[in-house]
Design a protein around this ligand. Structure first.
Ligand SMILES: *[C@@H]1O[C@H](CO)[C@@H](O)[C@H](O)[C@H]1NC(C)=O
Ligand SMILES: *[C@@H]1O[C@H](CO)[C@@H](O)[C@H](O)[C@H]1NC(C)=O
Ligand SMILES: *[C@@H]1O[C@H](CO)[C@@H](O)[C@H](O)[C@H]1NC(C)=O
Ligand SMILES: *[C@@H]1O[C@H](CO)[C@@H](O)[C@H](O)[C@H]1NC(C)=O
Ligand SMILES: *[C@@H]1O[C@H](CO)[C@@H](O)[C@H](O)[C@H]1NC(C)=O
Length: 459
């Protein structure tokens, strides 16, 4: 998930400055590298599930009709890119509070210890049963974040201090998806130098350098060359590039989207979808870029969160719903003129209360523990953690918030929820939403139709 989705560059810069002193975070990745090429578990060795696998409900893999059928998807967050808030236990178990992202996970631990912990995680966090459940929930797509350090390029995938070794698990995931008729978007989520400084890029840093060094960009393209060889529908060239850092970054990302488009076409063919992002510039900044006529099969992945700044957190529940609707006209304009457009990350959270959401060791703006001196909005009790603490009113709101975001996603080419599962932040979990009823088992079901066309929620 992205940190702030504020289009105002002033606020974006403010948000980044906060991040720079260690506060702002979204999502993240893993660390360390090994001396030797990583072990290569065979798919059978890592197939930890089981009963369902032996009696598959066989659905033939069918081509997806992009642009016609809406993408209904879920992100597999926190799997191949660690994020402290998605799996706090992995960080707690290190006994080292200086381990705040996947980079420090490798840097500050014995390699064998770090690798063992990661292999345990890779083989258990998502299993074939999850793909079965995702298909049963009527979803068509998964978006799988991966860090560059997990992809075997000419260096054979060793990128110290990152711990390599995830790739066979990724290959297994692609096979499971295909077996259950789920379409895959492979999302490069962490690039050399870090493309945004968030923990979810692999490295939490106040000085991300991806765009500042041509060697980083060349290495990123090499990663794309490998990923585009996978049997997947789509490759996302890079998640959440920090276009707000200035014109060098904007220029670099625009050139990279074009080079990456060419790389995917060359390796993956004309029908592979190429997914790009708005680089926090707003979708309107991309009108006319890689347009339908000259560059078909491109998808703009726009991320929508309303929780990473005080002005956003200050919105009432009704204002959160109404704000979501204001995002539709610019998305439709891009989709009508230039490229397919989706909301590739969003959630039902309306606070930043999930533990370590803003980074390991960082508090929440909502309850005043963020550390910037701003006043609290209220207690985090009942907003995060186990859904047994959630009130009926809160769950009703989350259902409305889910529906309004699905409504805007399906008014363009679709949506992908962030994220399928979390250890302890149920308000972010699609799985828990299905269990708790604030996400319907049939994603076309509406209790609150027409939220963007003037229908009141009755709340
Ligand atoms: C751990 O990895 C680092 C970085 O690749 C390497 O320098 C170091 O020798 C490794 N240590 C062990 C014990 O393998
Ligand atoms: C963390 O501390 C616990 C309790 O002392 C210990 O059992 C565990 O092995 C330690 N973990 C690591 C990675 O050192
Ligand atoms: C990478 O691994 C392959 C196969 O093991 C080997 O042939 C090749 O020389 C390696 N490349 C590098 C740069 O180490
Ligand atoms: C985009 O096209 C749709 C369908 O033709 C139309 O309803 C909508 O008003 C258009 N929106 C914009 C912003 O161009
Ligand atoms: C408004 O909601 C009602 C039921 O709650 C539904 O029948 C109606 O179709 C909705 N209107 C629009 C424009 O979606």
């Amino acid at each position: 998930m992205r940190c702030h989705h504020i289009v105002s560059s002033v606020l974006l810069i403010l948000g980044f400055a906060l991040n720079a002193y260690g506060a702002q975070q979204c999502r993240l990745v893993l660390p360390a590298a090994l001396d030797e090429p990583p072990p290569t578990p065979t798919p059978t060795a890592i197939a930890t599930t089981s009963a369902s696998a032996s009696t598959p409900s066989v659905t033939p893999f069918t081509a997806f009709q992009y642009g016609t059928t809406p993408i209904r998807g879920v992100n597999l967050g926190g799997w191949f890119v660690l994020e402290p808030w998605i799996t706090p236990s992995i960080f707690e178990n290190t006994n080292n509070t200086a381990i705040v992202d996947e980079y420090t996970f490798g840097l500050l631990q014995d390699n064998a210890t770090a690798l063992a912990a990661l292999q345990q995680h890779w083989s258990t966090w998502i299993t074939e049963d999850d793909f079965i459940a995702i298909a049963a929930a009527g979803l068509t797509h998964v978006r799988i974040p991966v860090g560059y350090w997990s992809v075997p390029t000419s260096t054979n995938g060793t990128f110290p201090p990152y711990i390599s070794g995830a790739y066979p698990y990724l290959q297994q995931a692609v096979q499971w998806a295909r077996a259950h008729n789920i379409h895959v978007i492979i999302d490069l989520h962490g690039a050399p130098g870090s493309q945004n400084g968030y923990d979810n890029s692999g490295q939490r840093t106040s000085s991300p350098s991806w765009a500042l060094n041509q060697a980083n960009i060349a290495a990123t393209l090499e990663t794309i060359n490998v990923l585009a060889g996978l049997d997947v529908d789509a490759v996302e060239l890079l998640n959440e590039v920090a276009g707000f850092l200035g014109s060098v970054w904007d220029t670099a990302v625009r050139a990279y989207w074009k080079s990456g488009y060419g790389a995917v076409r060359q390796v993956g063919g004309n029908n592979m979808q190429v997914v790009i992002g708005d680089a926090f510039e707003g979708v309107s900044a991309w009108e006319g870029f890689l347009p339908y006529g000259s560059s078909p099969n491109v998808i703009m992945d726009y991320h929508e969160y309303q929780i990473f700044s005080d002005p956003e957190l200050a919105r009432s529940q009704a204002e959160h719903l109404a704000f979501a609707c204001t995002l539709l006209p610019p998305m439709q304009a891009l989709a009508n003129t230039t490229m397919w457009t989706i909301t590739g990350e969003w959630s039902t959270a309306i606070t930043d209360c999930a533990i370590w959401l803003n980074g390991r060791g960082v508090g929440a703006r909502w309850d005043g523990t963020y550390g910037d001196g701003a006043p609290a909005f209220g207690s985090c009790d009942g907003y995060t953690g186990d859904s047994s603490t959630f009130s009926e009113d809160y769950k009703t709101f989350m259902r409305q918030y889910w529906e309004v975001q699905v409504e805007i996603g399906e008014a363009v080419q679709g949506w992908i929820y962030w994220t399928w599962k979390t250890e302890s932040a149920d308000e972010w979990s699609y799985q828990k939403g299905l269990e708790g009823g604030w996400i319907p088992q049939d994603p076309s079901q509406r209790l609150y139709p027409g939220l963007c066309s003037g229908n009141s929620t009755g709340s």
